[in-house]
Structures are given as structure tokens and as C-alpha cells.
Design a protein around this ligand. Structure first.
Ligand SMILES: Nc1ncnc2c1ncn2[C@@H]1O[C@H](COP(=O)(O)OP(=O)(O)O)[C@@H](O)[C@H]1O
Ligand SMILES: [Mg+2]
Length: 297
């Protein structure tokens, strides 16, 4: 490997020498906060975040899913939810973060008397919906973002896992979040631009937050061999140029059931629980919950 991969898509990646306050590194990390990120868009972050949330809920965990892609928010669309409140109202100062939480399929706080089949199966989780096109995050000051992250961290203690579905690329607004989260799952596909952009993202995160637990999820893999090849490409570049060894969280096959479920606006684990992709996300969820806040999978 002679040349370092370069960023290929117009993802929002800050320079490693960007706006970083080293004192933030000293902040305590909230181990149960997991960011789902990617260098490039369209790799399946939102779908994976939803499915992972539901898979973790199935294990009896209390889960909160936050749509952190305020520009192109679509967690609510994929779940066919029409939440009364969303993050845009929080950002506008109209409501508190806790008041923007909606329950999906009974929500994370399930009562013993619940009779609905999905609730019995433990499929419910809470959602902090965004609002597509609000551009709300871009108008916020650093201070406001930090306050939002602080609120999220305070709410996170009420859950076993908090999944944050982020916009593609490294948005400077999200830096306070990366200073506080336990894990970052970087979603990558075998598309060469996805690989180079994932590398650029990892380079940034590993340099600024060397203590962050960064794991790779290969999505839309045609086979196990191809998934390993994709992970290998990211792994080699990270080891060679960054002297950093990322972990593979797992891989998910390209599966037509995913497309069908998204079209039906129904979560995969409810609609096609036996599908290949459903089983694979379930496996990743299992390893996440058994590996603890920072252990290797
Ligand atoms: N494992 C998969 N198998 C088949 N199609 C997938 C898979 N994961 C994602 N997709 C497709 O990719 C599209 C984009 O997914 P999405 O979650 O919106 O990506 P992102 O949030 O990264 O932009 C989905 O509409 C779906 O059709
Ligand atoms: Mg998305």
C-alpha cells in the first residue's frame, strides 16, 4: 500500500486540525451511546440504526433511537411514524428534549400488561425524530449543540442503549457528541468511494478521539468473502497509515427483504424476522450487548 486513500465524495469531513478543543477528551464517555456513521451517504445507516434498535429491544433492552441527520431526517418515514414533536422543536427552544421522545411499537417503557404481539416480542423502542429539511442543526451555535448533547447524555442513563443515526460525513456540529459517545459504528459498503470515505472518517475520529471504540459494519455485502475483503481494505489502510486497528462489528448481506420492508415502511424484524439481513443485524446486536461498553467483539 503506497498511497493513502483520499476522500472521494463531497462528504462533510473536517480537517484533522479543525475546531477541536483537547479538553473535551477528558469528558466522561457515555458507554451506552452508539453513533451510526459513514463517510458516504446511502450505505444503509438509517435502516441499520432502526433494525439494530429493534434487535437490541428484542433482547429486552430499553432503547432510544435518535435521528441525528436533521437535514435529511427519515427515521420517522422508514417507521411510518408521525411524531407530534421532533428535534426541530427542541432546537427551536419550544420543548425539552424529553418531550420530543415518541414511542414506536409501545416504546421502550413497556408495561407488563401489554397485549400487542410486537410488544410481547419486545420490539418497542423510543424515537427522537428529526424533521427533514429543517436545517435546524446548521443554525445552532456550538453552545446550543453542546447543550443538546448534554441533554442527550442525561436522558441516556435511562436507557440500556441509545443509537444515534448520523448524517453522512463528519459534520463539525457533531464533535461534542463524538467526545461523549462510547462507540461509533462506521457503515461501509464495497463501493470504493464508500471505503475511502469510511477511511477518511476513521482517520478523523481516531486522531481526534483516540480512545473512541470504532467498529466497522459492512452492509449490502454479496457474500461473506466480499464483506471480509471490504473490511480488509479499510483495516489495511487504517493499520498502515494510522497505526490503528479497527474492529469488525459484523456484516449484513444485500437482501431484497430490506427494500421490501422499507417500501412497506415496516421494520425488517417485524416483517421478515427470518430474512438473512434480519438474522445478521440480530447477531451484531447480540455481540454489542455482550461485549460491554468497550470490549472487542
Ligand atoms: N442490507 C441491505 N440490503 C438491501 N438494500 C439495502 C440494505 N441496506 C440498505 N439498503 C438500501 O439502501 C437504501 C438507503 O438506505 P438508508 O438507510 O436510507 O441509507 P443512509 O441512511 O446511509 O443514507 C435503502 O432504501 C435500501 O433500499
Ligand atoms: Mg440516513
Amino acid at each position: 500500500m503506497s498511497e493513502e486513500p483520499v476522500l472521494t465524495s463531497p462528504a462533510r469531513i473536517l480537517s484533522v486540525n479543525g475546531d477541536i478543543n483537547p479538553s473535551r477528551r477528558a469528558l466522561a464517555r457515555q458507554g451506552n451511546l452508539i453513533a451510526v456513521a459513514s463517510g458516504k451517504g446511502g450505505v444503509g445507516k438509517t435502516w441499520f440504526s432502526i433494525t439494530l434498535s429493534q434487535a437490541l429491544a428484542r433482547y429486552g433492552n430499553r432503547v432510544l433511537l435518535m435521528d441525528g441527520d436533521l437535514g435529511l431526517a427519515n427515521v420517522d418515514v422508514q417507521l411510518a411514524m408521525s411524531p407530534e414533536h421532533d428535534l426541530a422543536s427542541v432546537v427551536a427552544g419550544k420543548i425539552a428534549l424529553t418531550d420530543a421522545i415518541s414511542a414506536f411499537s409501545g416504546g421502550a417503557a413497556r408495561s407488563a400488561g401489554d397485549k400487542a404481539p410486537m410488544q410481547r416480542a419486545g420490539m418497542g423502542f423510543d424515537v427522537l425524530a428529526g424533521r427533514s429539511g429543517s436545517g435546524a442543526l446548521d443554525t445552532l451555535s456550538r453552545k446550543q449543540i453542546e447543550a443538546l448533547c448534554g441533554d442527550l447524555i442525561r436522558i441516556a442513563v435511562q436507557y440500556d442503549h441509545v443509537i444515534v443515526d448520523l448524517a453522512a460525513g463528519m459534520n463539525g456540529h457533531m464533535m461534542p457528541l463524538f467526545a461523549r459517545i462510547g462507540k461509533a459504528l462506521i457503515v461501509v459498503t464495497d463501493d470504493p468511494t464508500s471505503i475511502t470515505d469510511a477511511y477518511a472518517m476513521i482517520k478523523f475520529l481516531a486522531t481526534v478521539h483516540p480512545e473512541l471504540d470504532i467498529r466497522i459494519v459492512v452492509n449490502m455485502a454479496e457474500s461473506k468473502m466480499q464483506a471480509e475483503k471490504t473490511f480488509g481494505a479499510v483495516h489495511r489502510a487504517c493499520e498502515h497509515f494510522l497505526h490503528f486497528t479497527p474492529t469488525m462489528a459484523g456484516y449484513v448481506a444485500r437482501d431484497k427483504h430490506v427494500t421490501h420492508a422499507i417500501r412497506a415502511q415496516a421494520p425488517l424484524l417485524a416483517r421478515y424476522p427470518q430474512s438473512e439481513a434480519a438474522m445478521m443485524v440480530q447477531q451484531i446486536a447480540e455481540s454489542i450487548q455482550t461485549s460491554g461498553p468497550r470490549g472487542l467483539i
